[in-house]
Design a protein around this ligand. Structure first.
Ligand SMILES: Cc1ncc(COP(=O)(O)O)c(C=O)c1O
Length: 464
């Protein structure tokens, strides 16, 4: 048998990884290379001949390095991006090494059991009812798609329509009631499902982006037929949480399926100090969240949960002559997600939970939110800076006032300057028609010194 050399390429990868990780606190946050430079460094003709694997790894690392973003470091505040804790990262390496196809128990018994355990731990941590089913997916996009697919099947089933067999042609129209401040992945999931964005009834939200229960009740009462309510925990700009208990009650009173997009906000449930923000979350029917955001598991890692495991399996499952299914209570992961073959992405989640424990997860979430508050306090104390949102979680929206009165243009300029400065990175957004800088504190390693350095850089850029 050919004996491959594992040590040299893996040793090279280890050295490169360590250099990268140890450099995170000091390197500029954005990548420094432009498109042309990266294409030149990484491109060229398709190689004709094999190359030594260690050399491949070394050259790849050298060529990619100028185009890498230090998004795993403590001063990356863009979008809602987590880093990777040491245990999660190390377990992720093992996940690739073991290379289990985590679709069926028979393909990876340990992966299946790890996910069974991690799914139950997460449900407990996130305040979901005991016995909910869990699927490990790539992110909240696919978790939203999965939860909405289950809900669609259920509400149509109750209306006497078998969507599995008949599809949506001729089906009773389904209304999806979602807040005006919903995330775009909800509409995108509905597109993929063939429901279409025209089915979405945008429900009025308050000034923080929270869906109004009264408006939901009126919208539900204003029409009939099958309905899905899509609540949100964590507005992508303001971090605001929908009043989920009331939305569940109103939705269920009208026979709707209630799905919760809790990509990052659901993690409030893991903190005794913050869980009041998501009180009643366990009453929903399905939930989407991410582990690659506040849990700081490496990409990609999302989860879908369902209060009706049978419905979950019925919507996602597949049976085929050549597949070997568990017959004795074994969990076949493909019964819970749209993928067929897939990476055992529950393994790093399991390691993250073991390394942090209940207390560590609560501390992580609370630290991110406390530091978001520090950002808001320090920036608000400076002249010419306005904090636009109530900082209830890990998100801060900031606007910079211009002497000439064009605050939008000035705010966008400050965002650009900060991105060019390299001390930290955050993006811009439009909030209620006004330009804003959005700051998301989502990294496990961010500390007070990181925030203070970032604030100093922002104020420097605002004064230029
Ligand atoms: C509220 C919300 N839903 C869904 C998503 C999509 O998550 P992902 O990019 O992990 O699929 C995000 C991403 O930030 C989000 O904030």
């Amino acid at each position: 048998m050919h004996e491959p050399d594992w040590k040299r390429p893996l040793g090279e990868a280890f050295d490169q990884a360590l250099a990268w990780l140890e450099g995170l606190p000091t390197r500029p946050v954005p990548g420094r290379a432009g498109l042309a430079e990266l294409r030149a460094a990484l491109g060229g003709p398709l190689p004709e001949r094999p190359q030594d694997p260690r050399e491949v790894v070394a050259e790849l690392a050298r060529a990619a390095e100028p185009g890498l973003v230090a998004s795993g470091g403590g001063r990356y505040f863009g979008f809602v991006v987590g880093g990777a804790t040491p245990a999660a990262l190390a377990a992720d390496w093992l996940t690739s090494t073991w290379d289990q196809n985590a679709g069926l128990y028979v393909l990876g018994p340990a992966a299946s059991v790890v996910e069974e355990v991690a799914g139950a731990w997460l449900a407990e941590l996130l305040g979901l009812p005991a016995g909910v089913s869990a699927g490990f997916v790539t992110g909240a996009q696919m978790a939203n798609l999965t939860g909405l697919a289950i809900g669609l099947r259920q509400v149509l089933g109750r209306a006497g329509w078998d969507v599995d067999a008949a599809g949506l042609w001729g089906a009773p129209p389904v209304r999806v009631l979602a807040g005006q401040g919903r995330h775009g992945t909800v509409d995108r999931a509905l597109r993929f499902l063939g429901v279409g964005s025209a089915a979405v009834v945008g429900v009025d939200a308050d000034d923080q982006g929270r869906m109004r229960p009264g408006a939901l009740a009126a919208a539900l009462a204003g029409g009939g037929g099958p309905a899905i309510v899509c609540a949100q925990l964590g507005n992508v700009n303001s971090g605001a949480m929908d009043p989920v208990a009331e939305l569940c009650r109103v939705g269920h009173d009208h026979g709707a399926w209630v799905h919760v997009d809790g990509a990052f906000g659901l993690w409030a449930a893991a903190s005794p100090r913050l869980r009041h923000l998501v009180a009643g979350v366990g009453q929903a029917d399905s939930w989407a969240t991410d582990a690659h955001k506040l849990l700081n598991v490496p990409y990609d890692s999302g989860l879908v949960f369902c209060a009706h495991p049978q419905a979950h399996r019925a919507a996602m499952g597949i049976r085929s002559g050549y597949l070997v299914h568990g017959g004795g209570g074994e969990r076949d992961p493909l019964d819970y997600h749209p993928e067929h073959s897939r990476r055992a992405r529950g393994i790093p989640v399991y390691a993250a939970l073991r390394a942090l424990g209940r207390q560590g997860v609560a501390d992580l979430v609370e630290r991110c939110c406390r530091l978001a508050g520090r950002f808001a306090d320090r920036l608000a104390a400076a002249g010419g800076v306005e904090v636009l949102n109530q900082v209830v979680f890990n998100q801060v929206l900031v606007r910079f006032r211009a002497p000439d009165g064009d605050h939008d243009a000035h705010t966008r300029r400050v965002v650009e300057r900060v991105q060019g400065d390299g001390t930290c990175w955050m993006s811009g957004t439009t909030w209620q028609g006004r330009a804003a800088m959005r700051i998301s504190v989502s990294n496990w390693s961010t500390d007070e010194a990181d925030v203070d350095r970032a604030v100093a850089a922002i104020l420097r850029c605002a004064e230029q």
